[in-house]
Design a protein around this ligand. Structure first.
Ligand SMILES: NC(=O)c1ccc[n+]([C@@H]2O[C@H](COP(=O)([O-])OP(=O)(O)OC[C@H]3O[C@@H](n4cnc5c(N)ncnc54)[C@H](O)[C@@H]3O)[C@@H](O)[C@H]2O)c1
Length: 259
């Protein structure tokens, strides 16, 4: 008898990294629920990959709880969850960054990831089977002028360990992928507004280029799958080596900057 298709929910699946995850996971044989606040765009992605679109606002506890219950009853038992819904922020010093903007980033990027884990894990824990991948960021491991986003992503990395330790006994794995600078509509918009300097990122990257969304999705697909069956609580940077390259300025920079 053919094995039943596993169901995975991808929040933020309508764009960028989430859309790439939806595509790669569909290619890998998952039934993908593209869950996003932008339902029209989620429908386009779902249509392209043969998946299902679902409206969700991770900033609303009620919306996440409704989506989790609705997907379970209308689509089927959810085995996988990818938390890619997120927003970025303007690089501003603290006295210029409004507290509303600060709170919004915390609410979506940190709290929203937590609430989605909490609500979708309920049924996974009951079934004693599940795999979650949170999209963190290299920003969670370095300081930068993103005084809400960077701590929010550090919290996602730590939360991933907390939840992995909590839920391992029920055979639910929780991991994170930390993208480096990845060519998505969010980053392209920030570059166009002059809020990100790509030359600086490339100078610090051992592989001197930006990351493609599919390269993040490939890592997510691995961690989500049974190939990673003994892996839980880790955070995997996929960053063209950026985290390893940021300390070379004392020594004249990375080799490719001197060629
Ligand atoms: N692009 C990068 O360089 C980069 C680097 C590190 C981490 N990340 C992280 O990757 C994730 C995806 O980013 P991206 O670059 O693909 O951005 P994106 O803007 O292309 O996609 C984000 C998606 O999240 C959805 N979304 C936003 N708020 C939501 C909400 N409240 N509820 C449900 N959906 C919501 C958007 O509609 C959009 O479809 C984010 O968590 C981001 O912080 C991105």
């Amino acid at each position: 008898m053919a094995q039943q298709q596993r169901i995975v929910v991808v929040t933020g699946g309508a764009s960028g990294i989430g859309a790439a995850c939806a595509e790669v996971l569909a290619q890998d044989g998952w039934k993908v629920v593209v869950a996003d606040i932008n339902l029209a765009q989620a429908q386009q992605v779902a249509q392209r990959i043969g998946g299902v679109a679902w409206e969700i606002d991770v900033a609303s506890d009620a919306s996440v709880a409704q989506a989790a219950a609705g997907i379970e009853s209308e689509v089927g038992p959810v085995y996988g969850l990818v938390n890619s819904a997120g927003i970025i922020q303007q690089p501003l010093p603290p006295h210029e960054l409004g507290m509303d903007a600060f709170d919004r980033v915390q609410q979506i990027d940190f709290r929203g990831t937590y609430v989605a884990c909490r609500e979708f894990a309920r049924a996974m824990l009951a079934r004693k089977a599940g795999s979650i991948v949170n999209i963190s960021s290299v920003a969670g491991s370095r300081s930068m002028r993103l005084h809400s986003y960077s701590p929010a992503k550090a919290a996602v990395i730590n939360m991933t360990q907390c939840l992995a330790a909590e839920w391992g006994a029920n055979w639910v794995r929780v991991n994170a992928v930390a993208p480096g600078y990845t060519l998505t509509p969010a980053l392209e918009g920030a570059i166009a507004r002059g809020e990100r300097q790509v030359d600086g990122a490339l100078a610090n990257s051992p592989l001197p280029r930006l990351v493609q969304p599919t390269e993040i999705a490939n890592g997510v697909a691995f961690l989500l799958s049974d190939r990673a069956s003994a892996i839980t609580g880790i955070n995997v940077p996929i960053d063209c080596g950026w985290l390893s390259g940021t300390t070379w300025d004392m020594y004249g920079g990375l080799p490719h900057t001197n060629q």
